[in-house]
Design a protein around this ligand. Structure first.
Ligand SMILES: Nc1nc2c(ncn2[C@@H]2O[C@H](COP(=O)(O)OP(=O)(O)OP(=O)(O)O)[C@@H](O)[C@H]2O)c(=O)[nH]1
Length: 609
């Protein structure tokens, strides 16, 4: 890190603008952030290939922003004044809503980016409401105006009708070509307010994000809400009540740059020799250790894992590697929980808790790619609340641990309040899907003459089983979903077991509503039959609720001798074929004497209802 000789030249507080970009996934948030950095001289030609704020490879490949990051830019306005712009990047997915709310709490203004061809989507709306709640100034920005399908007037009309903002002053840009970016920068310094923070007040900082750095330990990204933070101060993290000395303060521009202080209104990083990210929780308040009693900033929440799945190495020799990988990975992502799990079918592994489905996919992918592991992940589950006959309450997040029905007085499951936006043409299929998933309609509102917002209360357990994919497919990709977590509700649920050649595969058990159990059991057997390759012998697949078998299919036997193709005695060719066969098996897990591929563990996600 370079020391900053220029820190004394930084603009005064009236010239600080701290803002977030809110956008639906793919509407161009990261591209716009890059363009702003480029126009303020922060990114050179060399850096242009990558979207700077999306640091991880996976993010780049999937084009999804996962972690909030911040950059500081200096912008010389048309009138010659130099402004300090602190841009906080936010994740664009519903799994990370809490992080978004904390980023917004750290801002004074927001750029609301709407794709000129797509218009306003559910996720955009949800985040705009968060911004309005936080009393933030909002500048509407219409992006992708270079596209032939861009319809600026329609996007403006949607912003006015659906968000209720005056869009006549909306800034039209193309983050791709750079058109309109200068105008946007002027709008930022003209319309967004300066921070109202007091640098002489008691020190209070909000943690926007924190992560592990191999060389520096935990880095906390903060916004100083009042007072001034500098090295050598002893600070207290209020949620954990832990005390640390600040070793260093600085900003990202976009590389880390050491500064001798961070003043009220500024966004930057703190390094305090923290060894574990869980000690620097997103949304927590940092105060001076000497400041005795003070109120924390509002809005802090402990992160809640909503979705759980078992993760097992395909090769049991990789168990220790998986444990090490999880240890390293969670150094950086405190929102994943993990504990050992044993499965009769899959052996030793871990049960992981995630914020949501996308988070689960990202973690699985990182484990496989960054740590070179071959994994089997079981179907996702949620936390069920079970009241036993003797009145004791148990939380179960693993279907394999679901007690037998005899000992259950009541089962409750978590609900979500889902808001689905769609063109009215797809109302029929989307309503049908929600009903099949045990949804209860709460509202149906026309946002414009052709766009509808449906509000449904849905069981989270139904949403984790491929609901989103089906929503997309029954609306040709036009429906968008956003949700809040709701209450627990009583439901008549049962455990559906799957048996392969008479042996129960605990990792394939799932919880379903009793009324759906018959259809689910039957469909699951059919899907499993498609997934399980034919083997040397016949394989019976059965679905059962308790001791009652409710469905059955059979995978016919097949005799396959790969060497039969080699007429001559070419040893190297034989070896190649055998190796090829071995490779094909890599992703299979032997259950009893039957080899089951990874896909079978996700067959549940492919069920039609
Ligand atoms: N034609 C055109 N394409 C754009 C423009 N801005 C962004 N894109 C493209 O739109 C896609 C999505 O852009 P991103 O910047 O990754 O979108 P994002 O909103 O950051 O997405 P998340 O990081 O997933 O939230 C990319 O393929 C961009 O190249 C634009 O002004 N014009």
């Amino acid at each position: 890190m370079s020391t900053d000789a220029e820190s004394s030249k930084l603009p005064v507080r009236e010239h600080i603008r701290s803002f977030c970009i809110i956008a639906h996934i793919d509407h161009g948030k990261s591209t716009l952030a890059d363009r702003l950095m480029e126009h303020t001289g922060l990114l050179g030609e060399r850096d242009k290939t990558a979207q700077y704020l999306d640091r991880m490879d996976i993010e780049r490949e999937r084009g999804i922003t996962i972690k909030a990051q911040a950059v500081r830019m200096n912008y010389e306005a048309d009138d010659g004044t130099v402004y300090q712009l602190d841009l906080i990047d936010t994740p664009g997915h519903v799994d990370f809503n809490y992080e978004v709310s904390r980023s917004l709490a750290a801002c004074d203004g927001v750029l609301l980016v709407v794709d000129a061809a797509q218009g306003v989507e559910a996720q955009t709306l949800a985040n705009v409401y968060l911004a309005l709640d936080a009393d933030l100034e909002i500048i509407p920005v219409i992006n992708k105006i270079d596209l032939p399908s861009a319809d600026v007037d329609n996007a403006k009309a949607e912003i006015e009708e659906m968000v209720g903002l005056d869009a006549s002053q909306a800034i039209c840009v193309s983050a791709k070509t750079g058109q309109g970016i200068d105008e946007l920068l002027e709008a930022i310094v003209t319309y967004l307010p300066a921070p109202k923070a007091d640098p002489e007040g008691p020190v209070k900082a909000l943690i926007i994000d924190s992560w592990w750095d191999n060389y520096r330990g935990v880095i906390s990204l903060v916004r100083v809400m009042s007072g001034t933070m500098r090295a050598k101060q002893e600070v207290r993290f209020m949620a954990t009540d832990k005390r640390y000395d600040i070793l260093e303060t600085g900003v990202f521009a976009p590389e880390p740059r050491k500064l001798d202080k961070l003043e009220a209104g500024e966004v930057g990083f703190l390094i305090c020799n923290i060894k574990d990210v869980v000690d620097s929780k997103v949304g927590d308040t940092i105060v001076l250790a000497s400041d005795g009693e003070s109120d924390p900033l509002p809005g802090f929440q402990e992160v809640q894992q909503m979705v759980f799945a078992g993760v097992f190495p395909t090769d049991s020799n990789q168990y220790a590697d998986l444990r090490d990988a999880l240890g390293k990975l969670t150094l950086n992502d405190a929102s994943v929980t993990w504990e050992p799990e044993t499965s009769d079918a899959l052996g030793f592994g871990f049960r992981l808790g995630f914020l949501g489905l996308l988070h689960m996919e990202i973690i699985q992918e990182r484990l496989e790619r960054e740590y070179n592991l071959d994994l089997i992940t079981t179907a996702p589950s949620v936390k069920f609340r079970i009241t036993h006959n003797d009145g004791t309450v148990e939380i179960v997040d693993n279907p394999a641990r679901f007690p037998d029905t005899g000992d259950i007085q009541m089962i409750e499951e978590p609900m979500i309040i889902g808001r689905i936006q769609l063109p009215e043409d797809y109302l029929g299929p989307v309503i049908k899907l929600c009903q099949e998933r045990r949804g209860i309609q709460q509202d149906l509102t026309y946002m414009t003459t052709t766009r509808v917002q449906l509000t449904y209360e849905l069981p989270l357990a139904e949403v984790v089983f491929g609901f989103y994919d089906q929503l997309k497919s029954c609306s040709r990709g036009y429906a968008s979903l956003d949700y809040d977590h709701g209450e627990y509700r009583r439901a008549n649920l049962v455990r559906l077991d799957l048996m392969v050649n008479g042996e129960k595969v605990d990792a394939l058990s799932l919880i379903t509503h009793k009324d759906n159990s018959f259809f689910r059991g039957r469909d699951l057997c059919v899907k499993m039959k498609e997934e399980i390759p034919r083997q040397q012998f016949e394989v019976a697949i059965q679905a059962a609720v308790g001791s009652r078998i409710i469905a059955r299919t059979t995978v016919k036997a097949l005799r396959k001798n790969v060497l039969a193709k080699c007429y001559g005695g070419d040893a190297s060719r034989k070896r190649k074929l055998l190796e090829k066969q071995k490779k094909g098996k890599k992703r299979l897990k032997a259950v009893g004497n039957v080899e089951i591929p990874q896909g079978a563990f996700h067959a549940i996600l492919k069920l039609d209802q």
